[in-house]
Design a protein around this ligand. Structure first.
Ligand code: FAD
Length: 510
């Protein structure tokens, strides 16, 4: 019997280390590579232009790689649960292969697709390659429940052993499209299945992120950062300068890992190779570069195993804290109008580039929640999800719970100062000047606290506080004190009511 495979891309937008693709191509007479633009993910009010631009660039890159192997990518539109059953029939598919996905929406979608495939007599293969390990394997090795600290997670993966090696590259020539797929691809000069423009999807014509999507860019970026082996071996988070924006202090591989333009297993294998090559010491998890991949793994496992992981209610890990719903405060934070230049510059970088350093994310997440504004972490999570190019369902939810001291981390009395924290790294305020041009001429002495500058200095700098730039939205010391008392009460109430258990904090921050 002839084999006609559909390889369905969702994340995993790469040819390297792609076991689903290898399985689809193995012995196939026809191979149909598809991506389905699902309206679920195309909501301009919820998912910003930068992430969609990155996605479209990644699809164009993937298409080019298929074309170089005698095939092409077909970009279809609609709900996968409706599109795929039609393709099974029209294209005469015998096999459907896709990378397994652990997010709740994906699990429901994939279950429906599996059922439709079964009804159509189509064989389904769905290997794990978005993470280092199969989450089911990790769960079964930890008694059905995810570990709740990085220490215990690291112990678990050490006991499980190394993750699988990256899969081999696909052959240089791939099987052709099924005849009916080729016919569909040729219709209207191919326009119906081409990678669309942003404007076709209801987005502005171009985004503003400097990070270009695609496997080619991912591999080049990884090679660039890993070429400095001494840097790799000395990598130690949370050390590193969050204000470095010309060459960020960390790899900025997160958008590529999010979309699967880069395989975590390849990245991991390269790190092990460098550690082995360089004699002498290298840093260790949780602070090493390999440790960063383990954070991703840990949080993805939590997202998979903990119910309602992106919410406070119904989430057994999450402290129930009486956050206030304050749209004005939230809007000021989102739009860089808090009057704290360090916070506002970070949020400007988020909106402009779709990426910020981890400690910059710490600063603004702490400020929005337990530090200053007492807004819900869920609201902050939604804003991050809208703008981050690397926005990831599990990792975002986990880090917001961490920063708001709702789960994983309980030292709520450790608060980031919106004034002194950034100053440690960038005394002159170059980062602020770049992302908040309204403050570009403010003397360094006042750049973190422009409201303390004499009026004549503000006038000379062309930035009068209250006119060109806002007054501070809250007085930091007073807000922090009040919020700490609220946290103390919420923790006490949780203890009394037997609320969400907060495990002991790991020895090092995420
Ligand atoms: P590197 O330091 O170079 O690390 C390499 C890779 O390890 C990253 O690309 C990422 O995949 C992974 N990684 C690093 N730190 C973490 C971490 N703390 N948790 C999980 N994985 C990690 N990261 C996302 O990818 N998507 C998100 O939506 C996201 N939301 C966040 C929200 C908040 C409030 C905070 C504090 C952090 C968030 N992070 C998120 C985690 C982290 O900030 C980014 O992964 C990291 O800054 C990306 O930069 P990088 O690729 O240069 O990281």
């Amino acid at each position: 019997m002839s084999k006609t495979s559909i390889i369905w891309f969702r994340k995993g937008l790469r040819l390297h280390d792609n076991p689903a693709l290898l399985e689809a191509a193995r012995g196939a007479d026809h191979l149909c590579p598809i991506f389905i633009l699902d309206p679920w993910f195309l909501k301009p009010d919820k998912i910003g232009v930068n992430r969609i631009q990155f996605l479209l660039e990644s699809l164009a890159d993937l298409d080019a790689s298929f074309r170089a192997r005698g095939s092409r990518l077909l970009v279809l539109r609609g709900q996968p649960q409706e599109v795929l059953p039609r393709l099974f029939k029209d294209w005469g598919a015998t096999h459907l292969c896709f990378e397994s996905d652990t997010e709740p929406y994906a699990k429901t979608r994939d279950a429906a697709v599996r059922q439709a495939a079964e009804e159509a007599g189509v064989e389904v293969h769905s290997p794990v390659s978005h993470t280092l390990y199969d989450p089911e394997l990790l769960l079964s090795r930890s008694g059905g429940k995810p570990p709740l600290t990085m220490q215990s997670f690291t112990k678990l993966v050490t006991a499980v052993g190394p993750p699988p090696e990256p899969a081999a590259d696909p052959p240089g020539k791939l099987p052709p499209l099924a005849p009916k797929a080729a016919k569909e691809a040729a219709r209207d000069g191919g326009a119906a299945v081409a990678v669309p423009l942003l404007a076709d999807l209801g987005y502005p014509p171009a985004g503003t992120t400097p990070f270009k999507g695609g496997e080619t860019a991912a591999l080049a970026r990884m090679a660039d950062y890993l070429s400095d082996k001494a840097w790799v071996c000395a990598f130690e988070k949370p050390k590193g300068n969050p204000a470095a924006f010309v060459r960020p202090a960390t790899t900025v591989l997160s958008p590529y890992l999010k979309f699967g333009c880069l395989s975590p297993r390849l990245f991991h294998a390269k790190l092990l190779q460098i550690y082995a090559e360089v004699s002498g010491k290298h840093t260790q998890p949780p602070v090493s570069l390999r440790g960063q991949l383990l954070w991703r793994e840990f949080f993805t496992l939590c997202g998979y195993a903990v119910p309602n992981f992106n919410r406070m209610e119904g989430n057994p890990l999450c402290k129930q804290i009486p956050w206030v719903d304050d749209p004005e405060r939230l809007r000021a934070w989102e739009e860089s109008q808090t009057g704290y230049p360090w916070i506002d510059a970070i949020m400007a970088q988020l909106r402009q580039q779709g990426w910020m350093h981890h400690l910059a994310r710490h600063s603004v997440a702490c400020f929005l929640t337990r530090g200053d504004l007492w807004c819900s972490w869920e609201a902050g999570q939604a804003v991050f999800d809208k703008y981050l190019v690397d926005g990831d369902w599990s990792v975002n939810a986990a880090n917001w719970q961490w920063l708001s001291a709702s789960a994983f981390f309980s030292q709520y009395f450790r608060v980031y100062s919106p004034i002194t924290f950034g100053k440690q790294y960038d005394k002159n305020g170059d980062y602020i000047r770049h992302f908040l041009p309204v403050l570009k001429d403010m003397p360094a002495k006042y750049i973190y606290e422009p409201w303390t500058a004499p009026l004549s200095v503000q006038q000379e700098a062309g930035c009068v506080v209250g006119e060109h730039y806002p007054e501070p939205i809250v007085e930091h010391q007073a807000a922090m004190k009040e919020n700490m008392a609220r946290m103390k009460a919420a923790y006490a109430a949780a203890k009394e009511g037997g609320g969400a258990a907060t495990p002991a904090p790991p020895s090092s921050g995420s």
